[in-house]
Design a binder for this molecule. Structure first.
Ligand code: 5GP
Ligand code: ZN
Length: 114
């Protein structure tokens, strides 16, 4: 937990956001500013800023995040039509929240990569 982190605050209930799913590895919320009809964020419970900051043993968290993303895609009905998974890393990517998270974006035709 990091006291000034938006996602840690959401997890603790200090910032209001509906938690759509949670397990021992991660939790899922809707992005506050959705870029497509479906835009979810899969967020590890552990405060990891970027992939480079992962501890040994954290790889299991990444695997579970992708498993959650795949389940969410099925549950929201976008699995067959396709979707995009994005993890922004650092300044050039435009990462705004310094707590690792996986964007799950779909439900409509998406534009080019960048
Ligand atoms: P990043 O650019 O760091 O990869 O993405 C951070 C995402 O978090 C952005 O898409 C932004 O809209 C979303 N976000 C920022 N603050 C909040 C918040 O308080 N609640 C929710 N649900 N999403 C947020
Ligand atoms: Zn955090």
């Amino acid at each position: 937990m990091k006291t000034d982190c938006i996602f840690c605050k959401i997890k603790k209930g200090e910032i209001k956001s509906e938690i759509l799913y949670s397990d021992q590895y991660c939790f899922v919320i809707k992005d506050i500013s959705p870029r497509a009809q479906v835009h979810l964020l899969v967020i590890p419970n552990k405060h990891i800023e970027e992939l480079v900051n992962m501890d040994k043993g954290d790889q299991v968290i990444i695997g579970e995040m992708f498993a959650s993303a795949q389940r969410l895609a099925t549950d929201t009905g976008i699995s067959d039509s396709g979707y995009r998974l994005i993890i922004n890393q650092g300044e050039h990517s435009g990462q705004m929240v310094d707590h690792l998270h996986l964007h799950v974006i779909g439900g409509e035709q998406l534009g080019g990569m960048v």
